[in-house]
Design a protein around this ligand. Structure first.
Ligand SMILES: *Cc1c(COP(=O)(O)O)cnc(C)c1O
Length: 374
């Protein structure tokens, strides 16, 4: 399944398929929690240490980023295993101040296990260099960030991390491995919540870590098996099924998101638009790091207060009011409704689905026109 002459997109369409006479073209989910084994080391003999459906999903993810994949029960389970695996012998973990808030909260909860979280501005390279020099550290980057869609210079950050002997993690959930390849840019590990775009149908919680470091991959498998953050086989099956259409979905969603970002930038009720494809300061960087597109997620700020933003969200008839992102159906939410979130009060985060752009723009315009709380 790893013919280097065949593109990852083409391989994905065939992921898990049998080819020999009588083999199923669609891999069935394997529900067994025990597998026959005579105790050979490395045997996946119990459902917490291995499952054939995971293997198919891990192989497919591995093809995208040319790495070993370790799948988990959720993005957060993957993040926890990664934080615990990397904490050994390290004092600090540097995380983006404006990144995914649950990563900051989790790092804070894991303080007793070694690494103390330090919140940094990813755009401030000199400050990060100082923080890296202040002790043995892990650099936890995120680009584009959720929910402000800021683009960090991952190559520059990886250089700093390497010079300081620090492993660098990139939370690649927003871009996915299809749009951005953090390991090629120098990261030690690439983290992806498969709950979002990667699976793409809002019906499965799953996560993965990609790495080319076999020792780290083994360590992550140990944390998964011992910590119990194992992915269910049905979830693995759904994630693999969704992953096959990721190239089609994300290309369409990226193009539509770019169109909507441009539309919003010209709307009188919108005071700011956040999208990698429309921020001039980082546009060249974004193009270099994400050559295939900028993904389905964008955010914008409406004139007014939180009630005004809530009224806009509630007024849509097509875009559903919901969190998460990357699904085939468009959704939006006022992001600051989550207590630990640091986004501006009237910021709406929009996940662009696969609907035609014209339908979405009509819905957005209607919502912005009628959603005046008064
Ligand atoms: C959703 C998300 C996660 C966590 O993933 P879950 O599958 O919800 O546990 C991690 N990072 C980012 C950027 C996310 O958006």
């Amino acid at each position: 399944m790893t013919d280097p002459a065949v593109s990852a997109d083409a391989m994905l369409a065939h992921a898990g398929s049998g080819r020999r006479p009588g083999e199923p073209i669609v891999l069935p989910p394997v529900l067994a929690t025990i597998l026959a084994s005579q105790g050979q080391p490395g045997d996946a003999d119990y459902g917490r240490s291995g499952n054939p459906t995971w293997t198919a999903l891990e192989d497919a993810l591995g093809v995208i980023e040319n790495a070993q994949a370790v799948v988990f029960a959720s993005g957060q389970a993957a993040a926890m295993a990664l934080m615990l695996a990397l904490a050994r012998g390290r004092d600090r973990i540097l995380l983006p101040r404006d990144g995914y808030y649950n990563a900051r909260t989790l790092a804070d909860r894991l303080r007793p296990h070694g690494a103390v979280p330090v919140f940094v501005d990813q755009g401030h390279v000199a400050a990060i260099e100082d923080e890296l020099a202040a002790g043995r550290a892990v650099l936890w980057a995120e680009s584009p960030t959720n929910p402000l869609l800021r683009v960090a210079d991952l190559t520059a950050l990886a250089r700093l991390a390497a010079a300081a002997g620090a492993p660098m993690v990139v939370d690649n959930t927003v871009a996915t491995g299809l749009l951005q390849q953090p390991l090629d840019l120098g990261a030690t590990a690439s983290l992806c919540s498969l709950t979002k775009s990667a699976s793409g149908h809002s019906d499965v919680l799953a996560g993965a870590v990609l790495t080319r470091d076999p020792v780290l991959a083994d360590d992550l498998r140990d944390w998964r098996s011992l910590g119990g953050g194992a992915l269910g086989p049905m979830e693995a099956w759904l994630a693999l099924r969704g992953l096959k259409t990721l190239p089609l979905r994300i290309e369409r969603q990226s193009a539509t998101a770019q169109t909507i970002a441009a539309h919003l930038a010209g709307h009188p009720r919108v005071t700011a638009v956040h999208y990698p494809g429309s921020r001039p300061e980082t546009l060249a960087l974004a193009r270099a790091q994400m050559p295939r597109g900028f993904g389905p997620l964008l955010s914008f700020e409406v004139d007014g207060n939180t009630a005004d933003a809530d009224a806009v969200v509630a007024a849509a008839t097509l875009i559903a009011p919901a969190s998460s992102f990357g699904g085939v159906e468009s959704t939006w939410e006022r992001r600051s409704r989550w207590p630990a979130e640091s986004a501006p009060p009237a910021l709406i985060r929009l996940s662009v689905g696969i609907e035609p752009a014209a339908d979405l723009i009509a819905d957005i315009d209607r919502a912005l026109a009628s959603g005046l709380a008064g």
